[in-house]
Design a protein around this ligand. Structure first.
Ligand code: PGA
Length: 249
C-alpha cells in the first residue's frame, strides 16, 4: 500500500515571520493524519523550518539542488548541505526550473543522481506544456522526461524517489487537470515503469500538481494512481494546505 503524500512547494515566498505562523499552524493540525506531509521552503529558511518543525513529523524538502557535491559553483547548494539542514526531499526538474532556468533532461538526471548520492529523496517533476497537450504530445513528453532518468540510472532508482506529474498549463493558473485527465497520465507513468519492473511501479508514489485546492483535492487523490499532491499556491495558506492534507487522509 502506498502511503499518500502531500508536499508544499513554497516557491520564492516567505518571510521569517510568516513562515513561523504557517509552520506553527501546520504543526498542531497535521499530527494524527495518515498521509505523509512535507514542506519545501526557500533555501535561506530551511534552518528556521527545521528548528520549528522539530519532531512534528512534517518532513522538510528543498526546491532545487546542484548536480555537484562541492566546489567553485557560485550560488549553488549541494545535496549534502541540504541533508545537514534536515532535508529528506528535494524537487528536481520542476517546470519552472526547466522553463526559466533552462534545465534540460540531462541536467535533471544529474540532479536526481546527486540527490540520491547525498541521501535525499528526489521528487522528479514531469509534465507537458499547453502547446504540447494541444498537439497530442502529452504522453510523449512525460514518458521522455521519465525515460531520461530510467535510461541513465536504471529503473530501480525510482524505489527511493517520488514522481510528480505537473501539467505546466495547470501550474499557478487556477486551471486544474480533471481527475480523469490526471489519472490517465498517472496510469501511463506507472505502466511505463511497470513494463520494466512491476514491483518498482507498484511502490513508487506519483503525485499530482497544478492548482490543487481544497475543493478538488479529494477527487484527484481518490484516483487509483494518484498518491497525493505537490501543492504550490495553496501551500502558503495554512487552512487550505491542511484541508488538502486531510483530503489525502
Ligand atoms: P500550484 O503550483 O499549486 O500553485 O499550481 C504547483 C507547483 O508548481 O508545484
Amino acid at each position: 500500500m502506498r502511503r499518500k503524500f502531500v508536499a508544499g512547494n513554497w516557491k520564492m515566498h516567505g518571510t521569517l515571520q510568516n513562515n513561523a505562523l504557517l509552520i506553527d499552524a501546520l504543526k498542531v493540525s497535521v499530527a494524527g493524519l495518515a498521509c505523509e506531509v512535507a514542506i519545501c521552503p526557500p533555501y535561506p529558511y530551511l534552518a528556521q523550518a527545521a528548528a520549528l518543525l522539530g519532531s512534528s513529523g512534517i518532513q522538510l524538502g528543498a526546491q532545487n539542488l546542484s548536480e555537484f557535491v562541492s566546489g567553485a559553483y557560485t550560488g549553488e547548494v549541494s545535496a549534502p548541505m541540504l541533508g545537514e539542514f534536515g532535508c529528506r526531499y528535494v524537487l528536481v526538474g520542476h517546470s519552472e526550473r526547466r522553463a526559466i532556468y533552462g534545465e534540460s533532461d540531462s541536467v535533471v538526471v544529474a540532479k536526481f543522481a546527486a540527490a540520491q548520492a547525498g541521501g535525499l529523496v528526489p521528487v522528479l517533476c514531469v509534465g507537458e506544456s499547453l502547446e504540447e497537450r494541444q498537439a497530442g504530445k502529452t504522453s510523449e513528453v512525460v514518458s521522455r522526461q521519465l525515460a531520461a532518468v530510467i535510461d541513465r540510472l536504471g529503473v530501480s532508482v525510482l524505489t527511493k524517489s517520488v514522481i510528480a506529474y505537473e501539467p505546466v498549463w495547470a501550474i499557478g493558473t487556477g486551471v486544474t487537470a480533471s481527475a480523469g485527465q490526471a489519472q490517465e497520465v498517472h496510469q501511463a507513468i506507472r505502466s511505463q515503469v511497470a513494463a520494466l519492473d512491476p514491483v518498482v511501479a507498484n511502490g513508487v508514489r506519483v503525485l499530482y500538481g497544478g492548482s490543487v485546492k481544497p475543493q478538488n483535492a479529494k477527487e484527484l487523490f481518490g484516483q487509483p494512481d494518484i498518491d497525493g499532491g505537490l501543492i504550490g499556491g495553496a501551500a502558503l495558506v495554512a487552512g487550505d494546505f491542511l484541508a488538502i492534507c486531510r483530503a489525502a487522509g
